[in-house]
Write a protein that binds this ligand. Structure first.
Ligand SMILES: O=c1ccn([C@@H]2O[C@H](COP(=O)(O)O)[C@@H](O)[C@H]2O)c(=O)[nH]1
Length: 273
């Protein structure tokens, strides 16, 4: 999917919501455990109930790898289901990969070609030759971890390094990479106060913003400093939406939570016009 197509979807749905599909078998409704593939059944029902309110879905790959081959099959079925039934939706493999060049190429093939995701999250720590193999794929997006939502972000990312915080080096240096137009960045909603500095360095890039909901980040704060003239934000909520209920009504409850965020987003978009 091109960035332009993503922007069109945002205005069409009046939403920049991304729903995280972080499926934990201990948290989904018990009756689903009798199904042959509980993870896929759960995802399918959530997607069917929320696709009109969200522009993206983000399965976190750890939640599938944790269940071995079965989990990987559920992931494969989920991405195929989205791509077949809702091809307008932007898909993110939250895999946080990145390695020496030939290995990164294999990661990129796995997620962009075999699974056909639109994007993947990548750790910047190994530098240019670990990131550029992902950027080589046309109309695919590499979402670089810039300033993450967790407390540990302060261990390295905000440390002063040659006169500026390390995450600023990540933003500035990655802009010089080949095919850098395919870059997006992860910035945690819990780090909203950094967004005006971030926007000075990367005014036009899309940001994937996790941390609204269960981690306590504020949509309003993120939008105040993070919006750009193409919206430029994908706000992710996982647990806050998909685990709204553990009863039979779970999909309806998830849609209700998604609607609350989408309604706020719609208002923000209308105010920005
Ligand atoms: O900085 C980061 C990067 C990734 N994540 C991931 O996003 C979701 C957030 O889930 P919630 O349940 O909405 O808290 C999850 O998959 C994380 O691994 C992040 O939180 N922060």
């Amino acid at each position: 999917m091109t960035t332009q197509e993503l922007v069109e979807q945002i205005y069409k749905k009046e939403s920049f919501l991304c729903i995280g599909l972080d499926v934990d078998l201990n948290k989904i409704p018990k009756h689903l455990l009798e199904e042959e593939d509980p993870i896929f059944e759960f995802n399918k029902t959530i997607i069917d109930a929320t696709h009109h309110l969200a522009v993206g879905y983000k399965p976190n790959i750890a939640f599938y790898e944790a269940y071995g081959v079965k989990g990987w099959k559920s992931l494969e079925k989920t991405i195929k289901y989205i791509n077949t039934h809702y091809p307008e939706v932007f898909t993110i493999a939250d895999a946080k990969r990145g390695d020496i060049g030939n290995t990164s190429t294999m990661y990129a093939k796995a997620f962009f070609e075999d699974l056909a995701f639109d994007s993947i999250t990548v750790a910047p720590y190994m530098g240019k030759d670990s990131v550029e193999p992902f950027l080589a794929f046309e109309n695919k997006h590499t979402i670089l971890l810039a300033l993450t939502s967790n407390q540990g972000a302060f261990d390295f990312q905000t440390k002063d390094t040659e006169g500026k915080e390390l995450y600023k080096h990540v933003l500035e240096i990655s802009k010089t990479y080949k095919n850098s137009e395919n870059l997006m960045y992860v910035v945690g909603a819990t780090k909203a106060e950094y967004l005006s500095d971030i926007r000075e360095i990367i005014p036009d890039s899309f940001l994937l913003v996790p941390g609204v909901g269960a981690q306590g980040g504020s949509l309003q704060e993120v939008c105040k400093y993070g919006l750009n003239n193409q919206v430029g934000l994908l706000i992710n909520s996982s647990r806050g939406i998909i685990y709204a209920s553990d009863k039979l009504d779970y999909a309806k409850a998830a849609a209700k939570k998604a609607l609350v965020l989408q309604t706020e987003m719609k208002k923000i978009l209308q105010e920005g016009k």
